[in-house]
Design a binder for this molecule. Structure first.
Ligand code: RNT
Ligand code: ZN
Length: 416
């Protein structure tokens, strides 16, 4: 049957100089890195107790995944409702050690073999993060910048171990693994020494990245932050620190859009990063008044991020990962909503006549530029989104939630 609504949308966009088939095709090739930690409120499988490191998941919605089996089952449901084929982003604390306690500095690829099996069976990629929080040796709030050499060594060894795990993922799956280092280090109150901790962090990173690993398998990124809860006055791994470190040491910056001052936007940073770096990685999130990690919406800044990625022709140079954790709503629905919103934003960006708009800017025709940008908002975007979903055999509108609600009745509700 001919999809009349899509044919109409195609015609409307064509008049504006946009090829909807090409947009759908381009979006189909984008793998988004889906963070596993939305499924269990950043809990992990170590029974490590409370979440620490200045981040917080709030809410007590029932049904959170309590082990690998449950987390994978929940992820499967989410993946079945998300168009396309993606990557799963895991943390060291999601190692599957079959009941054995393995110290984080002693983790090996074999402790992640079940994740590889999971990913292989579904055509997914895997990304990795060393976990430098929710651990007794991170209790002081310092890890790679700790003044104690033995504590610092523990965390350096952990990060080195996880690079090996990442390399293993890349080799096994044939898709490069992003290994992202984020540390919570900082001080609640005005520090007496700002340079010392940063010098120690720099030295730790030098040791961690000393071994060169083939970029076909492993891509290292470093994630900056402006502040965390309890770490309000000083963050060791600031943006300037990591941007300089990355530029000089052949690693990539990861920009989390919850990690900047509230009126500072990551969308504006993307083209600058791309002029000086081969690639840039993202954690797309939604901060509400602080780095609250709310579910990603189809909102102005998410669309603006997507627009920069598309108009810089950088779908293969911006590594898109998500990072939110809302424990106050159905966690599977949170995943599906956030990923689909990232995809919707990319599609929206792919359906803009960027060359024409750029020309209007260069010619100083700002009235027409504004009018065009505004009118595009009411174009039949939803019909192109529906066609994309149909192509990937998922429901385009809110009906997918019925499946999640049924799962909540049958599965999540029984987890008490
Ligand atoms: C914390 C960082 C970091 C974490 C994850 C769990 O503020 O955003 O990326 O959210 O590693
Ligand atoms: Zn992040």
């Amino acid at each position: 049957m001919k999809n009349e609504r899509y044919e109409f949308a195609k015609e409307v966009y064509a008049q504006a100089g946009v090829d909807t088939d090409a947009a759908i095709k381009a979006l189909s090739d984008v793998r988004i890195s889906i963070h596993c930690w939305q499924g269990d409120d950043v809990g992990g499988f170590e029974n490590s107790g409370a979440l620490s490191g200045g981040i917080a998941a709030t809410g007590n919605y029932p049904g959170k995944a309590r082990d690998a089996k449950e987390l994978m089952a929940d992820l499967d449901l989410a993946l079945s409702l998300i168009p396309g084929t993606h990557k799963i982003n895991i943390h060291a604390m999601y190692a599957i050690t079959d009941g054995k306690q393995v110290s984080r500095d002693k983790l090996e690829p074999k402790h992640f073999a079940k994740w590889v099996e999971y990913a292989k069976a579904r055509g997914l990629g895997l990304d990795i993060n060393p976990t430098l929080f929710s651990h007794p040796l991170a209790a002081s709030g310092l890890t790679l910048s700790h003044p104690s050499e033995s504590i610092r060594k523990f965390w350096i060894d952990h990060c080195i171990a996880m690079r090996k795990v990442g390399e293993y993922f890349g080799k096994e799956l044939g898709i490069p693994c992003v290994n992202n280092v984020w540390i919570p280090d900082g001080y609640k109150d005005v520090p007496a020494d700002r340079m010392g901790p940063r010098a120690r962090l720099k030295d730790s990173l030098d040791q961690i990245f000393a071994e060169k690993i083939d970029k076909r398998y492993l891509v290292d990124t470093v994630e900056s932050k402006v502040f965390g809860i309890g770490v309000e006055s000083y963050t060791v791994g600031s943006h300037e620190f990591y941007m300089n470190y990355a530029a000089k040491n052949d690693v990539l910056c990861l920009l989390d859009n919850g990690h900047f001052h509230p009126t500072e936007v990551v969308s504006d940073k993307i083209p600058s990063m791309l002029l000086f770096s081969d690639k840039v990685a993202l954690h797309v999130t939604r901060g509400v008044r602080w780095d609250s990690d709310h579910v990603v919406l189809f909102d102005d800044e998410t669309r603006e991020i997507a627009k920069e990625i598309v108009r810089c022709d950088a779908l293969d140079r911006v590594l898109i990962g998500l990072d939110f954790f809302d424990a106050s709503i159905n966690r599977v629905a949170a995943w599906v909503t956030g990923v689909r919103n990232m995809q919707k934003s990319l599609l929206y960006a792919l359906l803009m006549p960027h060359d024409k708009l750029r020309k209007l800017q260069d010619e100083g025709r700002f009235t027409r530029l504004m009018v065009m940008n505004e009118e595009l908002k009411a174009y039949p975007f939803g019909d192109v989104w529906a066609a994309f979903c149909k192509q990937h055999k998922v429901l385009p509108r809110e009906n997918w939630l019925n499946t999640v609600e049924q799962y909540e009745k049958d599965v999540l509700g029984l987890r008490i």
